[in-house]
Structure formats: C-alpha cells, structure tokens
Design a protein around this ligand. Sequence first.
Ligand code: F6R
Length: 612
Amino acid sequence: MCGIVGYVGPRSAQEVLVRGLRRLEYRGYDSAGVAVAHNGSVAVSKAEGKLDRLVARLEEAPLQGRSGIGHTRWATHGVPSDRNAHPHTDTTGDFVVVHNGIVENYRELRSELQDTGVRFRSETDTEVLAHLVAAVYDGDLKEAVRDAIARASGAFALVAMTCHEPGRIVAARMISPLVVGLGDGETFLASDMPAVLDYTRRFLIVEDGEIAVVTGDGATLETIEGEAVERSPFTAHWDSDSVQKSGFDHFMLKEIHEQPEVIARTLGGRLREHPGGGAETALDELSWVRGDPADVDKIWITACGTAYHAGVVGRTLFERLAAIPTEVAYAHELRYSNPLIREGSLALAISQSGETADTLAAARLARSEGSSLLALTNVVGSSLAREADDVLYTWAGPEISVASTKAYLAMLVGESLLAIWLGRARGVLDTGAERELAAELRALPGKAESILGDLDKPRRLAAELARAGSIYFIGRGLDYATAMEGALKLKEISYIHAEAMPAGELKHGTLALVTEGTPVVAVATQQDVQSKMLLGLQEVKARRATVIAVAYEDDDEIGLVADHVLRIPRTADVLSPILAAVPLQLLAYYTARRLGRDIDQPRNLAKSVTVE
Ligand code: F6R
C-alpha cells in the first residue's frame, strides 16, 4: 500500500524515480510525486491521480538532480488530491519525506506541532513526520529521523531527504517493507524489488526497526537503538522482463497466460522420482516437515482476499488428504476472535506479498499462542517469510496486476503438495494414491495451457455478463471455494456486483433475486456432489436464469441444464480448483475489458494491503 522509491547516483533522479513508480503503481494510484535535490535545494512535483498526470507535469517542468525520492499513494488520511500527495515538506521546504503506512498518533503530534506555530498544508498523517524531522534536525538527518520515528507510533516506512545533505537519503522501516538496491556507484531504495529491477538485482532488505543511510556508494544499516547491522546482499531471481507487459494488453492477461509455467515452477523439484516408478512429493526445504507430522493435530489457515480463498481450498485438502482438522479464518477476524489455538497446531499464513498487515498480525498471534508458523508466500524475504518458522515459496514471479491470478494458482499448487506430503507421512495416503496425485499434478501445466487455448468462449460470454447488474457464483465443496474466487475476480475488476454461495444455500433466500436472465455461474467439478449440483441448477433454470457452468470436458450431463459450459480437462477432483479458476479469471478479465475498466488498477484498491 503506497509505493516508495529513492535514488542516489549519476543518473537523472527524476527518470529513475518515475520508472520505479511506474513499477510500483500497483501499490496505489491516488496520486504520485517526486522530490529531487539540486544545487542546495529540493524541488517537489506532485499530482493527484495516476502517474501519467505527474509525468505530464514533469515534462512541462522537469526536475534536475541526481538524488531524490518518490511516492505513489493509496489514500488513508485525506482525500486523493495534489495537496495530500507525497512528498511532504516542512515549512521551510528544506526537508522532504515520503511515507508508507499509518502514523497512529498523528493527531496528537499534529496538535503539538500546531502549538509551536507549524501550519499544516495537508490532511495527511505523513506531514507531521516532515515537520518533526525538521524540528529536531541538528546537522545529521539520520539522527533527526531516529528522533522523529521515536515519537511516532504505527506501522510505516519513512524516507527523508534534506537539501543540507545532498546525495544522502535516510530511510526507516517500522514494519512496512523497504529494500535497498545496490548498483555500481548508485543506490536505490524501494518498497518492493520490482521498482528497480531495471537497474539492479542485488538487494539488501531493511529489517523492521532499522534505519538505512543511502549514498551513491551503497547503504549502511543500523537499528533504531543505534547498533550497526552487517547484512550481506542477495541476488533476486526476478528479472526486469517479469515486470513488463510483454505484448499483452494488461498485466492481468499476461499473468493469466503465465499460469502453466507458474504451476510447473511451483512443482519444480518438489516431485521426486520414486524408485518404484512414478513420483512422490519432496518438501525437504521445510525443516518443520522433518519433525513428526503426526504431531500436528490441527491446522489454522489465515489469510485475506484471494489468499483466503486458497485457504478455503487448503482446508479441504488437509482434511481429505491428510486427515488433519483444519480451520480457515480471515486474518482480520482471527485476530480479534480469541481463537483456541494450542501448542501442537500449525498456523499456515498465506499471502502473495507476505506483507498484508492483518495476515502478519494473525500469524504472530497464532505463534504467540504456541503454534508453529508456516508461510506460503510468493515474495522471498517478505516480512511473513522472515518471521515464519518455515516457508513454502510459490514461485509465481512478480504479480503486478492488482487482481491476483497466477499467485492464487501457485498457492493452490503449494497447498496440494503439502497436503499430499502430509497425507503420506501420516499414513492417510498410500504410495499408490500419492503417485496418482503426483502424476495429476505433473499434468496440470499442459491442462492449464489447453484452457488458455480457447479464449473465444469466455470472450463471448463476457458480452452477456457485462450487461448484468448482479451475478451469482455457486458451487459445492471445493467448487464453492472456486466460486468465491470467481466472484471476487469479477467484482474487483468489472465493478459488477457478484456474490458467491454454496449451491445448496441459494434456495434459502437468495433465489428470490434470481429472475429471467440473471447470470448464475455454476462451478461443477466435484463428482461426489454432482447429482445434487445438477438438481440445484434445475431449480435455477426453472427461474429462467442464464446458467454458465464450469465443468469437465467429458461431463455430458451438465450441458442438459446449463446454457453455456466452459470446459476444463478432467483431473483429480481435489486438484480441480487449480484448473477451474482459469476460465473464471478469463470471464472476469473480458467482462471488465468490455466495460472499459482499468483492469490492472481497479478503483479504490491496491495490491499490497499493509494497513489494518
Ligand atoms: C484479489 C487480491 C486480494 C489479495 C489480498 C491478500 O485479487 O489480490 O484480495 O489476495 O489483499 O494479499 P496477499 O496475498 O498479498 O496477502
């Protein structure tokens, strides 16, 4: 939520900052701004709205200078406007800050500063930090930042610059993520690695409670208490290609198309040839699984949004394949629900970014109650990854579109591997069953590819959906989880109201809203409940709804009740959510496209929700 970039080096700072912000726009796009130091002063340019508005301003009035900071905003305090856009300055204009997160005690700080005569120009919490830094500055920006953040509470990252110390930027991380990119005679700062992948792949992570001092020669780290920190840089696997649209009209479409490869990558190395033939799951990367899996008496899954939907699938996988009672809870609910988490349980926190504030808080809570913490995340070095006892990475690569697609599929693949591994280790699955599932897993990339080979049908159906006021998504068992994800995808990018429910629930109230032509998207892959699903669809058809089904390619019966069928290749029912999500992603994409929506950056949303 909000993106930060910083640069010190020989290039035009404006250029580096704008390019970095372009890569970070998915973190917020209410406004953008940059500040560049030059000839003993700092110049600021900012604009409400998307980055292009700032770029237009910079074209008219470019900023010269070789060090600077930039920001792309997702509004928390104060409406999106030029005034509230970052960077914020102190009264003199000598000090400039950008900030990601929330300063919780900003009201008190603001009124204290007002009492000393400071006049505020914005409604943001951030501006107090600019004034605080200026008020305590005594010749060393690092010390001023240290003093300022000691007075502020909340989860945030702050980057500050002053014209009094050209070529030096100071950043502090109080929970919200920050990385330093190391170049040759140039140094970068960013909320996220993709911002600067065009320039470097060598990174240092700034840990929670640390201050980084960035110059053209690199960065030094120390704790808030002033202790020096030595940390070796690491090389990111991601490259700048993975953050380009590569010929696709939108990142979302590109990421949907990457899914076969993502499935293969997430499986990679985790299926090992079995001496007796076939493959078995191998999760040697987890130290936890080297313990006794029989000791796990309960799994608590926690996550938000799409990752939560992956958790809903996970619950069935862990219960069915490994016979472990599993609860799945929204992180923001779990935190405040006094859950009965006990020692011996495993908390599985799922998060693409590994930075979602609520998920992190719920994971910490579970851990403090005695469970061990396993992270299922896509971002190496993310907060969640670093706090967890073990990490199972989903190798989806950077996901830029705000609507999650490939990261979701990778989460499902990760959970399937884990459930199968646990099932065999606990004696619930025999070797034969494990090999059958492993073979099914290996076939998934090809099957996903074949779904992507027919874009015509989702495109045509999108024309029908684009006219709807409300769309219902239904399914039973695992298909209900897929329905939830399908509805979320559709509503977040098309802005059409969509609601998911277990198919059996429809007749307990919502059926009253189903009239002639109401679109009902029915996910129907689970064979154990298929006959019930078909019966339910008859009831929906009797109300003259338009039924769009997602079903296996060889399911003959579904065509008798559904108006349209989006076919997927047959697989084991426990793995079908991995394939069934794909046509629903396409339906959402083409519907939003038809409506001319801003697909990669839907209104009011941001990719990484780092505020509670
Ligand atoms: C929806 C979407 C969000 C995220 C949610 C959690 O398409 O992307 O619902 O899934 O904000 O984000 P992570 O997985 O980063 O914790």
